[in-house]
Ligand binder design. Structure first.
Ligand code: FO1
Length: 308
């Protein structure tokens, strides 16, 4: 089994490559729930849904999140009443949140509902939330205000300086069923090209998870989400800089050194391979910009080849 630690868009793109080189039944994805929110009374799990919709080939290709061929009638109505309309929920996407919220209200766990949704889309691999307990990323802005992750990411368009982040509920959280086993029993553990701080960070914050990954360090390979000093999507570079890290593959290597024996970096950063290795992390250089599914498949093959 290959265990993949996943955030949102970048992770989903790599997974779309991985399922081309490994039978989906041999993959377990441990997904981030720190971006989750309750809005309009609905429980929304953006990273789990992005993985699900992408691997179901239903994701909107331009946005990278939400469903293709979407309509926005419900949100138009909410907007008409002056309701919360900065977080865009399409009419089809709302069906997912209606179902998830209903099942949770019946006492189902997030793991149960995530498995039901994955089965409905015939994903073929296991998608596990890192925890079934409440875990929410909150961002303290340079000005001192603390906001929810989605207020930072969407409402403020992550275009603000950040002072600090915290994962509320992490200390009390326990790994969801199967998470630790997946990490400890996997042939290889892959840290997807997600934001190290706010997508992978919440996973490591759940007690027991980081220790399990550290125990597998020699079989853990991370893919850098930073290419030539910039994030391909989202605020990873700025967040790393704001929080005192070098926004480069060397900065990523420093963050991941305790948990990953290998870091896959893009050809554009080949010259930094020695600096990565100076951090005690083996550097593997390849094309990591997944412009096409073929590149994603090649990246996945290289990632697996670097630990098998
Ligand atoms: N991202 C945006 O930039 N704007 C949105 O309005 C938005 C809505 C949204 C709705 C459902 C969903 O699953 C994801 C959504 N996202 C939106 C993306 C989301 O904020 C990010 O994908 C993750 O939280 C960060 O990886």
């Amino acid at each position: 089994v290959i265990c993949v630690l996943a955030g949102g868009v970048g992770a989903a793109r790599m997974l779309a490559g991985l399922v081309q080189v490994v039978p989906p039944g041999d993959i377990t994805v441990v997904g981030n729930v720190g971006d989750d929110l309750v809005l309009h009374g609905l429980h929304i799990s953006p990273d789990l849904d992005t993985v699900t919709y992408t691997l179901a080939d239903q994701v909107d290709p331009e946005r990278g999140w939400g469903l293709r061929d979407e309509t926005w009638q419900a949100m138009d109505m909410v907007g008409r009443y002056g309701g919360v309309d900065w977080f865009n929920l399409g009419d089809r996407d709302l069906g997912t949140h209606l179902y998830r919220t209903h099942r949770l209200s019946e006492g189902a766990s997030l793991s149960d509902v995530t498995a039901e949704i994955a089965t409905a889309w015939q994903l073929g691999f296991r998608l596990l939330p890192v925890t079934d307990d409440p875990l929410r990323t909150r961002v303290t802005l340079a000005g001192g205000d603390e906001v929810s992750f989605q207020e930072y990411f969407v409402k403020l368009r992550h275009d603000v300086a950040v002072h600090s982040i915290r994962f509320v509920g992490a200390e009390e959280a326990t790994p969801a069923p199967g998470v630790l086993e997946a990490i400890l029993e996997a042939e290889a553990v892959v840290v997807a090209p997600s934001n190290p701080l706010v997508s992978i960070g919440p996973l490591l914050a759940v007690p027991g998870v980081e220790d399990a990954i550290r125990a597998r360090r020699d079989d853990v390979v991370a893919v850098s989400p930073i290419v030539a000093g910039a994030a391909l999507k989202g605020p990873a570079d700025r967040l790393m800089a704001d929080l005192g890290h070098e926004a480069s593959v060397v900065g990523v290597a420093r963050i991941y050194s305790p948990i990953a024996g290998t870091l896959v970096i893009d050809d554009a950063d080949a010259a930094l391979a020695p600096a990565v290795e100076a951090e005690g992390v083996r550097a593997v250089t390849t094309s990591t910009v997944m412009a096409t599914p073929a590149v994603a498949a090649a990246l996945a093959a290289t990632v697996l080849g670097s630990v098998r």
